[in-house]
Design a protein around this ligand. Structure first.
Ligand SMILES: O=C(O)[C@H](O)[C@@H](O)[C@H](O)[C@H](O)COP(=O)(O)O
Length: 299
């Protein structure tokens, strides 16, 4: 199938190669000339602009957009839409907020353009060798593109989730689960680390990956990480986040669904970004005020 691909970042680049391997005819565009040159050396056709990319697509156009969520996605859709006609399909494979997706789909629908929201999981190796895709939007548009999702995903690794926004919603909740699972793994290793036992964390992860209840891809990844840096002394414990955990907690709060594990995992990420906190100072000062308890002097 012929498919336009906008955005050759880490995910988009691998996705282009994955599509190529499955005999899809990809026409790619990225703002980086260097990246475009690299992908063309891999046998993927490129176009010098979004407009020219659409001109290279025959018949009913399908364009996969793989750019960061938020303003970059809006900017690409704004530039792309005028080149598309009724029935054409845009796939947003990024981590867009599902509410933005619903608004974008409604707007594009006014011109008869379909927006499929595709939550894409599995990281870089997934994009390259088989991802997990969760796809929302018009059912007929999904049917038209089903071969694409089947081919870029692992076996049994794609799902039509229903109306617009549902693909990104399912992916958002997936990421909330991801936050909680990672935090639980991390806390377990912290307890091991603080204990008096002289433990090899890589070996603990390895044994947990063989037959234990908590064996998983995340545990395999933690085993890899300890293999490279036995006590992770080369990196700092600052945990960034790109929004999906926060959106999961926001959605849960809106629906009054208790999600303490995901919420606390999110808060731990924020906490990790500060060495000392003003709230900590306030509590320390209060203990000192009412009980004369010792405070640590600032340096
Ligand atoms: O399923 C996946 O493949 C990952 O979840 C992927 O989508 C990405 O690594 C996260 O968006 C990171 O999210 P945070 O930056 O919020 O941790």
């Amino acid at each position: 199938m012929q498919i336009g691909l906008i955005g050759l970042g880490k995910m988009g680049y691998n996705l282009a190669l994955n599509l190529r391997d499955h005999q899809h005819e990809v026409v790619a565009f990225d703002i980086s000339a260097e990246t475009m040159e690299a992908i063309s050396k891999e046998g993927v056709a490129t176009a010098p602009s979004i407009g020219e990319l659409t001109q290279q697509l025959q018949g009913r156009k399908v364009v996969w957009v793989m750019v960061p969520a938020g303003a970059p996605t809006d900017a690409v859709l704004k530039e792309l839409a005028p080149y598309l006609a009724m029935g054409d399909i845009v796939i947003d494979g990024g981590n867009s907020n599902y509410k933005d997706t619903v608004m974008r789909a409604t707007k594009l629908k006014l011109s008869g353009i379909h927006l499929l929201d595709c939550g894409t999981s599995g990281g870089l190796s997934g994009a390259r060798h088989g991802a997990c895709t969760m796809v929302g939007g018009d059912a007929e548009a999904f049917d038209h593109c089903e071969a694409i999702f089947r081919d870029v995903s692992v076996e049994k690794g794609y799902l039509y989730t229903g109306k617009s926004g549902s693909g990104h919603f399912v992916k958002m909740v997936h990421n909330g689960v991801e936050y909680g699972m990672m935090q639980a793994i991390a806390e377990g290793f912290e307890v091991l680390h603080k204990s008096d036992f002289d433990l090899n964390y890589k070996e603990v992860a390895r044994v947990w990956n063989h037959g234990s209840v908590v064996r998983s891809w995340l545990m395999e990844l933690v085993e890899n990480a300890f293999g490279k840096d036995p006590d992770l002394s080369k990196i700092r414990g600052i945990m960034h986040s790109s929004g999906e955990g926060k959106w999961t907690v926001e959605a849960a709060l809106e629906m009054e669904v208790p999600t303490p594990v995901i919420a606390l995992s999110l808060l731990m990420r924020y906490r990790s970004q500060e060495n000392d906190t003003f709230s900590g100072k306030v509590v320390a000062a209060l203990r000192n005020e009412f009980g004369g308890h010792k405070v640590e002097q600032a340096e």
